[in-house]
Write a protein that binds this ligand. Structure first.
Ligand code: C5P
Length: 215
């Protein structure tokens, strides 16, 4: 077994949620602790890769040997990725990117007048799909957190977003906790990994990735 199977590889990745402001004190976000992404960043660095981690707001320390770039919104994450993707051999989208953002961000705190509040939302860019469709696209890995029909949705994502690998998990299996159970989907089929700590799952993903890059 090679000790540093990803030596010389540059990995660009995203992790954590994005935060889309409504006004100076409120926003919308997705639920994501960032733990899986950070565990993966660390495992990649241990495997010898040069890792740049574009991170949404999380309460986690920077993994040893990883360069972290902090962002808040999906558009900031998108910009940070696009600036750096030209140098990356591998792109891994782990972030739970908010699919929608408020169309207008109020400059001042919105006051409670009337009974309700209607927010107009607009689509955020799909960072992973855009990276995967670049003419010189890196090797692209996506994550699929689903609440049901994991096989169908995850393998659908592999094709729809033109990815080389999708890491699927049922949200009830991994969210917020320290263990996870995932299934890897690639052109050859599906490969379930045993339930394990996020650190061990990350090592399993890196081993699979290294094998795919070898051929
Ligand atoms: O289509 P769906 O959002 O479920 O796909 C999830 C995958 O796509 C994840 O890898 C996620 O990081 C990435 N993604 C992205 N930008 C978005 C939405 C999802 O990079 N706006």
């Amino acid at each position: 077994l090679q000790a540093k199977p990803l030596a010389g590889h540059t990995v660009l990745m995203t992790a954590g949620p994005t935060y889309e402001p409504i006004d100076p004190v409120r926003g919308i976000t997705n639920i994501s602790s960032g733990k899986m992404g950070y565990a993966l960043a660390r495992a990649l660095a241990l495997a010898g890769a040069k890792v740049q981690l574009i991170s949404g707001p999380v309460a986690l320390p920077v993994p040893y040997g990883v360069e972290r770039i902090d962002v808040q919104t999906a558009r900031e994450m998108h910009q940070a990725v696009m600036q750096r993707v030209g140098q990356a051999r591998i792109f891994i989208g782990v972030a739970a990117v908010a699919d929608f953002r408020p169309l207008d961000v109020a400059a001042d705190k919105i006051k409670k007048t009337g009974d309700g509040l209607t927010l107009n939302l607009t689509r955020n860019p799909d960072i992973l799909a855009e990276v995967a469709s670049l003419p010189a696209a890196p090797f692209c890995v996506g994550f699929a957190a689903e609440s049901q029909n994991l096989d169908t949705y995850a393998s659908g994502k592999l094709q729809a977003k033109r990815l080389q690998l999708v890491v699927g998990n049922l949200v009830q299996d991994g969210m917020g906790g320290d263990t996870n159970q995932v299934v890897l989907f690639d052109a050859a089929g599906s490969h379930p990994l045993p339930r394990a700590s996020k650190t061990e799952v990350a090592t399993g993903i890196v081993a699979h990735l290294a094998k795919m890059l070898e051929v």
